[in-house]
Design a protein. Structure first.
Length: 612
């Protein structure tokens, strides 16, 4: 392909508002253009990248016996109503009516259609297992599209589905997909990690995500390098370690220096109220009392759609993880100051799980729980703490959760890097990531309501057991750019680069350079690389920059586009020599024109071999 005949509109400056490196570079390199919020056009070079990713996916899917089909983007609403997701999914599902007034859906995923198909085509255990996949456009009315093609409203996915007779069969299909996914991401040049995840709207019992490490990632993984523990931050757990006694000692220069009492004392003897004027936040109370935040209980009053008003407790140095809490109590919001006053009779900032009941002469008679359901993070199960006293400008010292027999304990906190691993003695790390793939053990979530069944060898009817497996093609492309770039532009992995070789003719008007450039171009186009593993033999993809523009523009464009090998036809053309440059490490070599094809092929085989 010749640059003079190609739509390759490179841009010097970063696009306004772009934050992710992949967004900036893919715009500047002429790979994509934005049509609307979260809606992108893939230009020729960008579409070549997508096609190469799709080719790798097809090869690995076919290798595990997955059969390719194609399902429609537009679906009748009936199948989504039958599964229940018509009612469960909110505004992100595109809904429309056809000319007859029938409800329709623009599919964001295809579990409903695949189950509809299975219910009609699978009848006997002899037909199972089945593995089906397609690569198709999906639509999602994303509330906050951002980061270029990382979060969009229209995107291309590989979806595959497994149909099995039982859970053991599902486990085998799941294992096959893990094998295929490991190969796909390795071949695409991505550094990824498989982590435990929340099934979310997909449903099912077990799910994992494939995460590509990137500073642009909006997700976060927590992992242990010692034992291999890894989970999405929405599921990650930390080691619950007992608090050391020394941490209970107050600083001597604090306004009210204190030591927390023994947890074994009766509540009436252990609990004592402290006047804490105008100290509402953890920071203010810790400074006032001179004890660390980990010795405090942070009390949040929330309003759940399903459970009403609750008191949620986490340790003072921890934060509530909204997704974890949502899995326990459903959708919720923080209570307003007026709602807190109405429920507890106290200002926000002095709320806690206990209050002291006093006798006629103001002596403490008992400690009693607040009149709200109490949900506490598991880190609070042991220890003695300070919390709000449910009395304005007062806190209560000596609280233990044993004082609240009805308290529920759940893992609802954010886990940070540096905490102890829940599986070994190691220390957890955390990194931002981009989700590039996911796998779900759906079980019978869709097959049961949609009547997808089979008859066993005795003629008895059973529900098909299903799995669902997705990969975002554009997310692979963007993640590759995030992980492979430098100050000059993209540095594509050889397997998914738009072109293998970028030939730059410095002066196309010079007959010697022009002739040698054409000779090199033709030789390279005739080269075939032998296949390896499941990769078939391929011809070299070659881009020839034959434009009459300055050498500086050509070099900048070549580095920006980031093809693995650059060949410069310049001042030594009269000697029959050209310069080869490897984009990844800037290695350079002067080569005779007749040797160019051989050397370029060797370099490319080496680069491909690193990924295979």
């Amino acid at each position: 392909m010749r640059v003079s005949h190609t739509l390759l509109p490179t841009v010097k400056e970063d696009p306004a508002g772009a934050e992710a490196i992949s967004h900036k570079l893919m715009i500047r390199a002429g790979l994509i253009r934005q049509l609307g919020a979260g809606i992108y056009v893939f230009l020729p070079a960008g579409w070549r990248v997508m096609q190469k990713i799709a080719g790798i996916i097809r090869e690995e899917m076919n290798a595990i016996g997955c059969q390719e089909i194609l399902m429609p983007v537009i679906n009748p609403a009936e199948v989504w109503q039958q599964s229940g997701r018509w009612f469960d999914i909110g505004d992100e599902l595109f809904r429309l009516k056809d000319r007859k007034g029938a409800d329709m859906v623009l599919a964001m995923t295809h579990e409903e259609v695949i189950t509809w198909l299975a219910a009609r085509e699978i009848h006997s255990y002899k037909q199972l297992p089945q593995l089906w996949y397609h690569i198709q456009t999906k639509e999602r009315d994303e509330a906050r599209p951002k980061s270029g093609i990382l979060r969009t409203r229209e995107f291309i996915m590989k979806d595959s589905y497994s149909l099995d007779v039982d859970v053991a069969g599902l486990q085998a299909s799941y294992a096959k997909h893990i094998q295929a996914y490991n190969a796909i991401f390795r071949r695409c040049g991505l550094r990824t990690m498989m982590v435990q995840s929340d099934p979310g709207m997909m449903g099912g019992s077990i799910s994992h995500e494939y995460m590509a490490f990137s500073e642009a990632g909006e997700d976060e993984v927590v992992f242990c390098s010692d034992c291999g523990y890894a989970a999405n931050a929405e599921l990650a757990a930390g080691r619950h370690e007992p608090l050391d006694d020394a941490s209970a000692i107050g600083a001597p220069d604090a306004p009210v220096p204190m030591t927390l009492p023994d947890a074994n004392l009766p509540a009436v003897e252990r609990l004592r109220e402290i006047h804490t004027p105008e100290t509402r936040t953890i920071e203010e109370v810790t400074a006032f009392l001179g004890i660390p935040a980990r010795r405090f209980i942070k009390s949040l009053v929330v309003v759940s759609e399903t459970r009403g008003t609750l008191l949620v407790l986490v340790r003072g140095d921890h934060e509530v993880h909204e997704a974890k809490l949502r899995r326990v109590i459903g959708e919720f919001r923080l209570a307003t100051a007026n709602e807190i006053q109405e429920a507890l009779g106290v200002q926000a900032g002095f709320v806690g799980p206990l209050r002291l009941r006093r006798g006629p002469v103001d002596d403490v008679v008992a400690a009693e729980s607040v009149d709200l359901s109490v949900l506490a993070d598991r880190a609070l199960e042991h220890g003695v703490y300070v919390g709000g006293a449910n009395r304005d400008h007062h806190h209560l010292a000596g609280i233990t959760l044993a004082d609240i027999p009805a308290a529920e304990f759940h893992d609802v906190r954010v886990v940070r890097g540096g905490e102890g691993c829940p599986q070994c003695a190691g220390i957890l790390q955390n990194e931002p990531v981009i989700e590039v793939g996911n796998i779900f053990q759906l079980g019978t979530k869709y097959s049961a309501p949609m009547g997808a069944t089979y008859l066993d060898e005795r003629g008895e009817e059973h529900t098909i057991v299903m799995g669902s497996y997705g990969i975002g093609l554009a997310r692979i492309a963007a993640a590759a750019v995030e992980q492979h770039n430098d100050a000059d532009g993209i540095v594509w992995p050889a397997t998914i680069a738009p072109f293998h070789v970028h030939v730059v003719v410095i002066k196309p008007g010079d007959p010697t350079q022009a002739q040698l450039g054409e000779q090199v171009y033709e030789q390279l186009n005739a080269v075939w690389l032998p296949g390896e593993e499941r990769r078939p033999s391929v011809s070299l993809d070659v881009l020839l920059d034959d434009r009459e523009v300055s050498p500086g523009v050509k070099f900048k464009d070549a580095d920006l586009l980031g093809c693995p090998i650059q060949i410069v036809v310049g001042k030594r053309a009269a000697e029959g020599l050209v310069e080869l440059k490897r984009r990844s490490d800037a290695q350079r070599l002067d080569v005779a024109a007749e040797e160019v094809a051989r050397v370029a092929a060797e370099w490319l085989r080496e680069l491909l071999g690193e990924l295979l």
